[in-house]
Every structure is written in C-alpha cells, then in structure tokens.
Design a protein around this ligand. Structure first.
Ligand code: HEC
Ligand code: HEC
Length: 385
C-alpha cells in the first residue's frame, strides 16, 4: 500500500487507514488465537516466529512501508522447538520474511494446478498434520497416485526427499508436483505467465527476489516456507530435557524397546537416518514399486524405501509408502515382526524378527510413538490475490 507519497499527505485518510490496519491486525491476532486454540485441542498455539534482533529503533505497529524497489532482506529467524537441531539453510536461499510470506501464498494457491483445483495443501494439509488421510494421493482430474503423501513437517532436515530419495533439497522438490501429470498437471512456463499477470504476485516476487516471477523464485519461496513447518517440544523432548513426568510408564518402556530395536533406522532427533531398506511392504502389488532402484538402477535397491521420520506419526495415518496400513498399531506390529519376508529383506529386519517382541512390547511402542506428537504450526490459508 502506498500511503506516504510526499508532502501532500491527507492526514485524515492516513489516520482512517491506520486505524483500519490496526483493527485488522487485532482481528487477525484474535483469529490466530481462536484457531490455534480450538483446532487442535491437544496442541498449544505455535510460538510466533521470532523477530530478528535489530540494532535499529523498534518498528512502530502497523508502520507503513515504502513502495518496494530492491528485494527486502529482512531475515526470518527460525527458532526450532525443543528437541530439534538448527535448521540447515542453503547458502543460495537465505530465509527472509518476504520469501516465507510469498511461499505461504504459493503453497495454498490452486493456480499451481492446471485446472485450479489443487494446491500443495490439498495433499499436505495443515489440518491433517501437513499430510493426507487417504492411502495414496488423488491428483489432477482425480487420478490416483502410486504412493502415500508424506508430511511436510520437518522436511527442512531431510537429506533426501520422497520415498525413494530422488530429490535432494526442498528447492529441487518444489517444482516436481506442479508439472507431474498425476499431481497438478500444469506447465511451469504457463504458471510463470499466469502469476506474472497478478500484480500482487509481481510485487511480492520483486520484494522477495528483486526479479519478476520466475520458476527459481517459485521453488525458493515454497522451500523457505516449508522450512518453517517444524514439530518438536513433544513429551519425548521434554522427557529428554529432564522432565521425568513427561512420559507415562508405558511410554518409558516403549522408549527403551524403541532404542534397542528401532532407533538404528528411526534415529533421533528426526527419527530417521534417511537411508533405504527393504521392509517387504507392497511387494505383492502388480506392478510393484521398485523403490530406490528407480533412482540408482541397481537391482540390489529393489523394494528399498527411505526410512520415514516418525515425529507426528500418530497423526499421519495411513502408513507405509503405499498407505496400505490403516493404524499405527498395525504398522508397528509389521515392523516389530521384522517386516514382510522376501528375498531382499534388510538384515536388520531379520534381527528384529529374532528379538520376538511381545504384544505388550508393541503396545508400549505405540504409546511411545504417541509421545512424538508435539507442537507444530497450523497455518491458515492466506488471502490470495
Ligand atoms: C496430488 C497430491 C500432491 C500434491 C498436489 C503435492 N504433493 Fe507433495 N507429495 C505427494 C506425494 C504422493 C509425495 C510422495 C511422492 C514420492 O515419494 O514418490 C509427495 C512428496 C512431497 C515432499 C517430500 C516429503 C518427504 O518426506 O520426502 C514434499 C516436501 C512435498 N511433497 C511438498 C509439496 C509441495 C510444496 C507441493 C506444491 C507445490 C506439493 N507437495 C504438491 C503428493 C502431493
Ligand atoms: C532396517 C531399518 C528399520 C528398522 C530397524 C525399523 N524400521 Fe520402521 N520403517 C523402515 C522403513 C524403510 C519404513 C518404510 C517402509 C515402506 O513404506 O515400504 C518404515 C516404516 C515405519 C513406520 C510407518 C511410518 C509411516 O509414516 O508410514 C512405522 C510406524 C515404523 N516404521 C515404526 C518402526 C518401529 C516401531 C520399529 C522397531 C520395532 C521400526 N520401525 C524398525 C525402516 C526400519
């Protein structure tokens, strides 16, 4: 908004717009509060993003901004919740507030799909722990995808993305679904053209990158937004930090069993070592998913999938790469029994089978996995231009 344009400022209209802005700010704070309070009763409101400590005078509330010229460099500082390490930020995509705001809009914008029916949030829904509650995704024109949609939560830390690890960074990943004929079915050229016709997007790309709308900017903004979606401060984290009342007895037993049998692959703090193993899931399907072999071409990688991180796992049913298992208990039982036998089953699963975990062990493990549900932001769809 351009309000301060030089000498001939109309004070009355400035005042009016100022108070409208303040009211809006108040209302939106209230909305955030209400939504965070009733949307997810078990969860506390996400802490607001920390402001960049600044040597300059504190900004006045509802301060008016000058029209954008150069990109805005105001940093967005991520303060990871208890239990999470610092978020790795790629050198060529530093976190700025302008970028995160833009990325949030793109994430929720159905313009990213060819027929304007699907956004990233369709398959990675903040209300569903940033995942999806169906076995495999329904994308462009109702097409069924081959795999379950994983949560976006904590992907900021993933060394490899997708079930077969075919993307190495969120930037690399972000453009994939847009052109995937089964997901959003769009063309990036078209999308860039379309967004370039929306003045607010043009202004926001200018602010975030100092350029017009570009593919590179779309990827970077979405990735920057995704890096803010973190879950930590779970009962497990509080227990590890010294609060011995944070876990029930059952959960403490589950933690010990988990450490002995599961943590080699589901390693804390993210509960994945980001390696690939054959657990024998979905091999009965025709055609079966080659898993990691699709990326490496190596026969030995047939049926291997990336170890899924387990934070918020209690909220991301159904389970496994093909979404074939409806409950957490059943998923844990399959793991505890050493996966599903096949000629390429990972050696670690054979060891697990020998451990012969009992029904009580499985119950304790499930109780423990529930203690990995912590705090994460539930972002409401922003106003789109
Ligand atoms: C039609 C549903 C659908 C849409 C739309 C969609 N995704 Fe996905 N997403 C998936 C599925 C399914 C996977 C897993 C694909 C695989 O592993 O082969 C996935 C994987 C991912 C991953 C990797 C997660 C991980 O743990 O490896 C990220 C990050 C992601 N999507 C972000 C996005 C973003 C950003 C958008 C919007 C530009 C988007 N997705 C649009 C279904 C969708
Ligand atoms: C050898 C490594 C390994 C070990 C050990 C292991 N897992 Fe897994 N886990 C995996 C892999 C790989 C998958 C994904 C399999 C697939 O989808 O095809 C998985 C999937 C899961 C899932 C489903 C998550 C989701 O989002 O779909 C749960 C839950 C799980 N494991 C719990 C456990 C528990 C509990 C133990 C210990 C009893 C355990 N795992 C031991 C590798 C391992």
């Amino acid at each position: 908004m351009r309000l301060i344009q030089g000498r001939g400022v109309d004070l009355r209209s400035l005042w009016r717009q100022g108070s409208v802005l303040l009211t809006l700010a108040g209302v939106s704070l209230l909305v955030v509060y209400v939504v965070a309070g009733c949307g997810q009763p078990a969860q506390q409101a996400p802490s607001p993003p920390a402001a960049q400590p600044s040597a300059q005078a504190p900004a006045a509330p509802a301060k008016q901004e000058a029209p954008p010229a150069a990109p805005k460099e105001e940093a967005y500082v991520i303060n990871p919740p208890l239990g999470l390490p610092p978020v790795p930020i790629p050198a060529d995509n530093p976190m700025t507030k302008a970028k995160v705001e833009l990325g949030k809009m793109l994430y929720f914008d159905t313009r990213l799909s060819a027929d304007r029916t699907i956004s990233c949030a369709t398959c990675h829904d903040p209300q569903k722990a940033w995942a999806e509650d169906r076995p495999t995704s329904v994308g462009f024109k109702g097409q069924l995808g081959p795999v379950n949609s994983p949560t976006v939560i904590n992907t900021a830390y993933a060394r490899a993305l997708f079930w077969d690890g075919r993307a190495a960074s969120l930037e690399e990943q972000a453009l994939g679904p847009i052109e995937n004929p089964k997901e959003m079915g769009h063309s990036l050229e078209e999308l860039v053209k379309q967004l370039s016709e929306v003045p607010e997007y043009v202004r926001r790309f200018q602010e975030a990158f100092g350029t017009g709308v570009t593919k590179d900017g779309i990827a970077k903004a979405i990735a920057a937004f995704e890096r803010t979606i973190l879950s930590g401060n779970s009962p497990y984290d509080r227990y590890q930090a010294g609060d011995k009342t944070a876990l029930s007895e059952e959960q403490v037993r589950g933690l010990r069993i988990f450490e002995d049998n599961c943590a080699v692959c589901h390693s804390p703090p993210l509960f994945s070592n980001y390696q690939y193993y054959n657990a024998g899931i979905g091999l009965d399907k025709e055609p079966s998913n080659k898993g990691r072999m699709a990326v490496t071409g190596d026969e030995r990688d047939f049926g291997k999938f990336r170890v899924p991180p387990l934070r918020e796992v209690a909220k991301t049913a159904p389970y496994f790469h093909d979404g074939s298992v409806a409950t957490l208990e059943e998923a844990v039982r399959i793991m505890a029994q050493g996966g599903i036998d096949n000629p390429r089953l990972a050696a670690q699963f054979k060891t697990l089978k020998q451990a012969q975990l009992s029904d009580q062990d499985i119950k304790d493990l499930v109780a423990f996995l529930n203690a990995l549900s912590g705090e994460y932001p539930i972002v409401e769809p922003p106003q789109l231009p």
